[in-house]
Design a binder for this molecule. Structure first.
Ligand code: FAD
Length: 507
């Protein structure tokens, strides 16, 4: 690693002279336009949580966000009186339990957010199931439906429960963790269950996000128990109310946020992060820098591999990135409850075995292994004009399409998803007032997440325990968000923000 070089890329003459002065022994902050204690790059939930907590503890904090709204994947937008959630549709645990409750309590903002519990319905060709917080509910329901598999069902849920406990208490020494750490959820399922239909039902909850053979058995087991038992909650006012509350907390404690401010360099001197530079050339000195930005961008673009250990650069290049999504946003003048769709979230599997659809998707074909329909206006009717509803139809999607671009595919994919949703909401297409869609490129553009990744790194077996640490090879540079531990999802990234702040504070 080069020693003593302040900026990785130098682009302006003024800047050159600042560095020359620095080399000539002028005080370091002469090379900067401003200075603060901590710069947080990115106002996603991880970055905002970190910034707000540091500000509450008396640090001078500046959050720099390239978009004009805070929240990253957790934002909402308005069209003709309808408010749409761009990505996030629910939170596990809300403010009742789990990671998010701990974060809200640490920031003293529990009272600023109101959550309502919602439920999900999983629809299969000839059966449908409802989500339940009672983790014994599904096993007993499935035993009734598949009596010949009763022993396997008990065994499977027993091992899932034990994995969940071991991952929290003894991940290093657990024989179960050792046995399953590189196995997929498919392999775990195959060990206990024979019936293909039953396998599909057991994995209904997470099969929406990844195929079972790309889901780590351990991550799945941990998430299944944790998320399911905590329940799914929706924030009143839409998901934008979450980052908005975090920004208020930040500002209340004297922190600042600047929108439409893209950071494109992190200043590193002698292996230590000392500040950032924005695309407009502003240089801000900081004692610590927190990156809420995609990990490859943080290290390979904003720092440069010359400043990093070679093995770290290799690791960054090898790690697997999670899939992105395709969303269709509809403002409709029909109440889907009137035609039988009563769940705030419905996950539809048109077939019990969607292996082929997943394979096509992973090869870059616009395939739909399963899809979800969310109607947040069942929970908060203020998100749409009176008598109208917000309907979001979504599926997972690859970043690269093999034979065409997303701009060519967007209309067709939207039409296909609307046609599929119409089977559950007859007359849907006749009642559309507003229509928009997001492709993986849209998510990439608005969040700058590499390949529009929805969860940061993937949850595949090969990725088990490989998420990057929040402390980085660059001293005083920390990570917060879904490219670091513990992982993706709003409560989890909020926790990573809190943990990064506590590392900085030495708490
Ligand atoms: C479509 C979709 C659906 C999802 N659904 C759910 C769900 O229902 N429930 C759930 O819990 N989770 C869900 N997730 C996952 C969850 O939203 C994410 O894991 C989480 O919000 C990521 O937060 P983060 O802190 O990592 O920041 P991000 O949301 O990734 O935000 C990063 C921020 O940094 C900014 N930024 C990036 N680069 C720069 C730069 N160079 N300079 C300045 N600013 C920069 C971006 O503009 C952005 O605001 C979903 C994600 C997606 C995409």
């Amino acid at each position: 690693m080069p020693r003593g070089s302040l900026w990785v890329i130098v682009s302006s003459t003024r800047w050159d002279s600042a560095i020359t002065k620095e080399r000539e022994g002028v005080k370091a902050n002469r090379g900067f336009d401003e200075e603060t204690d901590v710069v947080v790059i990115g106002a996603g939930i991880g970055g905002l949580t970190c910034g707000a907590y540091l500000a509450k503890r008396g640090k001078r904090v500046k959050v720099l966000e390239q978009h004009y709204v805070p929240g990253g994947c957790c934002t909402s937008f308005n069209r003709k009186g309808f408010q749409f959630d761009a990505g996030v549709l629910h939170l596990a645990g809300g403010k009742e339990s789990g990671a998010f409750q701990r974060v809200l309590s640490a920031l003293d903002i529990e009272d600023e957010l109101e959550f309502r519990e919602q439920f999900q319905r999983f629809v299969f060709p000839d059966v449908s199931l409802e989500s339940s917080r009672d983790v014994t509910h599904w096993p007993s329901l499935l035993k009734d439906k598949f009596p010949r598999e009763a022993e396997g069902i008990v065994g499977l849920f027993d091992v899932i429960g034990k994995i969940h406990d071991d991952i929290r208490r003894l991940p290093e020494t657990s024989p179960l963790i050792k046995k399953y750490r590189y196995k997929s959820f498919q392999e775990l399922l195959d060990e206990y269950i024979r019936d293909a239909k039953l396998k599909a039902l057991v994995s209904a909850n997470w099969h929406l996000w990844h195929p079972n053979w790309r889901n780590s058995a351990i991550d799945y087991a941990a998430l299944l128990i944790t998320e399911q038992s905590r329940g799914y909650f929706y924030p009143m006012g839409g998901v934008q109310s979450i980052p908005d509350a975090l920004v208020r907390a930040l500002e209340r404690h004297g922190g600042e946020i600047e929108y439409k401010t893209l950071v494109n360099q992190i200043a590193v001197r002698d292996g230590v992060a000392v500040g950032v530079k924005t695309s407009e050339g502003k240089r801000i000195q900081a004692k610590q820098v927190v990156s809420n930005v995609a990990a490859r961008s943080t290290f390979l673009n904003m720092i440069g591999e010359d400043h990093l250990p070679a093995e770290f650069v290799n690791l960054l290049r090898q790690l697997e990135i999670s899939l992105s999504a395709f969303y269709v946003y509809l403002g409709v003048s029909i109440d889907p409850r009137g035609v039988g769709l009563d769940a705030p979230e419905t996950i539809v599997y048109e077939t019990y075995d969607n292996t082929r659809e997943w394979e096509l998707l992973l090869r870059g074909e616009p395939s739909i292994p399963c899809f979800g329909i969310a109607v947040p206006t069942y929970i908060d009717s203020t998100l749409a004009p009176q008598g109208c509803h917000v309907v979001i139809v979504m599926t997972m999607a690859p970043y690269h399409l093999r034979n065409r671009s997303w701009s060519e595919e967007k209309r067709e994919m939207s039409d296909t998803l609307i046609a599929k949703a119409e089977k559950l909401i007859p007359g849907l297409s006749q009642h559309i007032i507003v229509r928009d869609a997001a492709t993986p490129l849209t998510y990439e553009r608005y969040t700058l997440n590499t390949m529009g990744a929805a969860m940061g790194w993937a949850y595949s077996p090969s990725m088990f325990l490989k998420r990057l640490d929040q402390r980085t090879p660059i001293h005083n540079l920390y990570l917060a968000g879904h490219w670091t531990t513990p992982g993706g999802g709003v409560p989890t990234v909020a926790l990573s923000g809190l943990k990064a702040a506590r590392m900085i504070l030495g708490e």
